[in-house]
Design a binder for this molecule. Structure first.
Ligand code: MCN
Length: 824
């Protein structure tokens, strides 16, 4: 092979960043031309099925698996006793306080079960059907123990315990006090001196991350090497944690996340079933597969949210906010999983939202209950915080008889004040809340809808109209490793990328972020096309296999573009720097005299004549002629650790019709204007917003995981757990303002969770705005017709606590011992 000496005259391709490219991965994903984990078939592969506990809290008094072993095609049956010495504990990587109590989380119960659905026995058979059938033949008895479900009861002295090994149901008590941290003034003093205070108790119901592809794991065995294929969001973290948990040396464990059909945080987990698949494969020396049923998924994959929020705001009569105090009870469920305790702690920094609170105190108790563990669910801590602050700003506006937008305007950070350090100690880098708000008001047609609202109210129309506001920000792009370290998070927040320049000029990009629906293959190709000046089609993005991408921290916290995408930019810069040396040599010019544009190096002043970077890739592959003292490669690798989080913001407005006679609510119009800095791909961004909005609206209106008094999940199917379809959702009117982020060279801010974080309070505020004149000041989520009707016609929040009124915590004050001293 020789290098052509013809000068490259190709024109620079148009800029790809900002181009609305259709996603290159979609053709294979939507036509099924890919291998999902459950499609994997290995020679001699066995199948696992689980016997799961039907009771929420019990000792296993009798367990006989002999009949199951005798069933046709059954190869083995295991119980917790079989693995008790080697199963370790499901890792918890976020010990939020030094004294956090973690009773440990066995992958399979040994003698006690702590939630319905916990694995009690594993049948391994030659077919899946045989495994499932044989589960029925297992003989098991349970001796019931008291079931702990209600957090407010669980934290009381003398409450029944979830874990006999602990002295209370409280796992940890996490405090952030701005006065003590030096980022704000004394909160107690702010409340003592307040002209007005408003207090609320909000319930963040339990949600279930419902991904399209259920969880699935396949383990292959080659001697003492294991390959775990899993429908996971986190192959890199799973490899480290899987090795530490099972004792399989890390270099003997390869983890592959093939195309993954969604995760929403629900697959940011080291699942008991993944660990058990490894243990069974190791024990039998045979490949195994497990794929969950949808019911198994709803019942045993981790859940999200589930917090009780007590929030107080202090203000002056003119509307200036002077203090914020938050206390949470956060349901951990029965065990601590990967980042269970950290989810509410992450939210701690977002309660002040976009407002200039001078004083702030946050306290959270992580509480054990006999339910499935909670953990990350899209937004993880930030939707909960955003809900609370955006709801209580409306309540304060009512208290002060102020327009809710005016109140927000009075208190939000002005565009000229960026960068702004908040009372929670975060430095918001850029934005313009007024600009986004103006654009959103126009998009909604705010004035006309307000006029219609007035008219409906005056005419006593049974269908009332309300407009709900959410002017939110969030912290994402996780994150500076040092900051994560200071928050006791077990890992860093960097990301890795490498670029391989192939001899034919094609480009392989290896990324440590692992997409499971976010379109990274397309976005990363766009970034590389611009950085290297190569055609978009010439770029292939590889991910999700620890043998290919050995270093990475995966995809969550809307981190991939701002951290992983930046690592790609850094790697590309290194490729160009290396190629520059070769180009200078081949063009017989000084490096300093070369310019690089549109993929071509040319001597300054002689545009058109030069050498393309793809030609250089071939030249360095042949390596017949390159400078002394350098390696024959222009491939490059880079890691990027951001200096700050990413702070997207936006204004979301929801117009809602409420039928006061039936309690039925209907979103009339939804408009949002978000600022996510530079947009790499507008189509992907719109898709991310739509998906996020759907999930946030679903929390407001439809979804809730409900346990009965015995701890049974009564919403264990999609008939009971109301996951909305596109037909249940309105058309979204979305827009963007652009204020570049200052913490990454792309100027981008994350978008993956924004819609989900912002939308829930906009929807609930809208419903309340429609019926507040009827005496309603809160409605428990989800806003089912029954709850809305009860709130209108019977008072209270329409929820299970209707009898206590909407403000059970009214006027309460936080003391050292908790939330007591309700002032009535
Ligand atoms: N993007 C862009 N311009 C920006 C910001 C983002 O073009 N200014 C593009 C990115 O290039 C990327 C996508 O938008 O293709 C999302 O980017 P980012 O905000 O970095 O978020 P992540 O890729 O890290 O995705 C994580 C985020 C989270 S935390 C959850 S949960 C979530 C989500 O993304 N789960 C999803 N979106 C999901 N989408 C699908 N289809 N399935 C899931 O499970």
């Amino acid at each position: 092979m020789t290098l052509t000496d013809e000068p490259t005259t190709a024109e620079a391709p148009a800029k790809e960043v900002g181009n609305a490219r259709l996603r290159k991965e979609d053709a294979r994903l939507i036509t099924g031309k890919t291998t999902w984990t459950d499609n994997m078939v290995l020679p001699g592969m066995l199948h696992m099925a689980f016997l799961r506990s039907p009771v929420a809290h019990a000792t296993i008094s009798h367990l006989d698996v002999s009949a199951a072993k005798d069933r046709p095609n059954v190869v083995a049956v295991f119980t917790g006793q079989d693995f008790k010495d080697e199963q370790g504990t499901i890792p918890c990587a976020w010990p939020v306080t030094p004294d956090m109590v973690n009773p440990g989380h066995p992958s399979i119960a040994v003698d006690t079960v702590n939630h319905v659905g916990e694995a009690v026995a594993i049948v391994v058979a030659r077919t899946r059907t045989a495994a499932v059938d044989a589960v029925e033949a297992i003989d098991v008895d349970y001796e019931n123990l008291p079931v702990v479900l209600d957090m407010e009861e669980a934290v009381k002295d003398g409450a029944d315990l979830v874990h006999a090994s602990t002295s209370s149901n409280t796992s940890y008590h996490f405090v952030f006090d701005a006065g003590e941290a030096g980022t704000g003034s004394d909160t107690e003093a702010a409340f003592r001196d307040a002209e007005v205070t408003v207090s609320r108790r909000f319930v963040q119901q339990r949600l279930i991350p419902a991904f399209m592809e259920p969880r699935s794991a396949v383990v292959g065995v080659q001697g003492d090497n294991f390959t775990l294929w899993s429908a996971t969001q986190i192959p890199h973290i799973l490899r480290v944690m899987g090795a530490l948990t099972t004792g399989i040396p890390e270099h003997k464990l390869r983890v592959v996340a093939p195309d993954v059909g969604g995760g929403f945080g629900g697959k940011l987990q080291v699942c008991p079933e993944e660990i058990l698949a490894l243990l069974v494969a190791r024990r039998l020396g045979k490949p195994v597969k497990w794929t969950e049923t949808r019911s198994e998924s709803l019942m045993t994959a981790h859940h999200g949210r589930d917090q009780i929020q007590y929030i107080d705001v202090a203000a002056r009569k003119d509307g200036t906010v002077t203090g914020l105090r938050v206390r949470l009870l956060a349901d951990m469920g029965a065990y601590l999983r990967l980042i269970t305790p950290g989810v509410p702690a992450l939210g701690a920094f977002m309660f002040p939202g976009i407002y200039k609170f001078p004083a702030y105190r946050f306290e959270c108790d992580g509480v054990f209950t006999n339910k499935v563990p909670t953990d990350a669910y899209r937004g993880a801590g930030r939707p909960e915080a955003t809900f609370a602050i955006e709801r209580i700003m409306d309540e304060l506006a009512v208290e002060l008889d102020m327009d809710p937008m005016e109140l927000r305007r009075k208190n939000w950070i002005g565009a000229e004040e960026f960068p702004f350090t908040t009372v929670a100690g975060l430095e918001y880098d850029s934005g313009d809340y007024e600009q986004a708000t103006q654009a959103a008001l126009e998009l909604l047609g705010y004035d006309e809808l307000r006029a219609e609202q007035k008219q409906r109210r005056e005419s006593g129309d049974p269908v009332q109209l309300g407009i709900g506001i959410s002017t939110f920000t969030e912290m994402c792009g996780l994150a500076p490793s040092r900051v994560l370290g200071s928050l006791s998070f077990g890992a860093g927040g960097w990301e890795q990328a490498s670029i391989r320049m192939l001899p034919t000029g094609k480009v392989e990009v290896v990324t440590g972020s692992t997409p499971h629906g976010q379109g990274h293959e397309t976005a990363w190709s766009q970034i590389v096309a611009d950085e290297l000046g190569v055609p978009f089609e010439d770029v292939e993005v590889l991910h999700g296999d620890t043998a290919i991408s050995s270093r990475g921290l995966d995809t969550y916290g809307s981190r991939s573009l701002v951290v992983g995408g930046t690592a790609v930019v850094k790697a590309a810069e290194k490729v160009v720097a290396k190629a520059r040396k070769i180009a200078a040599h081949l063009l017989e010019a000084s490096e300093d005299d070369l310019e690089f544009s549109g993929g071509t190096f040319s001597v300054k002043g002689t545009p058109g004549a030069g050498l393309g970077i793809q030609e250089i890739a071939l030249a360095i592959f042949a390596a017949h002629d390159y400078p002394e003292g350098i390696e024959p490669s222009i491939d490059a690798e880079a890691a990027f650790d951001p200096v700050n989080f990413s702070f997207p913001h936006g204004t979301h407005l929801c117009a809602m019709e409420v039928d006061t006679e039936t309690g039925f609510v209907k979103i009339r119009k939804y408009a949002s204007v978000d600022d996510i800095g530079t947009i790499v791909n507008p189509i992907i961004v719109e898709g991310q917003m739509h998906g996020g909005l759907a999930q946030g609206i679903a929390q407001a209106l439809y979804e809730e995981a409900i346990y009965d008094a015995d701890g049974n999940l009564t919403t264990g199917t999609f008939v009971d757990y109301l996951l909305p379809s596109a037909a249940d959702l309105p058309t979204f009117h979305t827009g963007n303002t652009v204020h570049a982020a200052t913490s990454n060279p792309l100027g981008a801010k994350g978008v993956g969770e924004a819609g989900c974080i912002a939308s829930t309070p906009a929807v609930v505020n809208a419903a309340l705005d429609a019926v507040r004149h009827l005496g309603v000041s809160d409605i428990r989520m989800p806003l089912t017709p029954e709850r809305v009707w009860r709130a209108i016609h019977q008072g209270g929040d329409g929820g299970d606590r209707a009898a206590e009124g909407s403000n059970a915590y009214g006027g309460a004050r936080t003391t050292e011992s908790g939330i007591e001293e309700a002032a009535q």
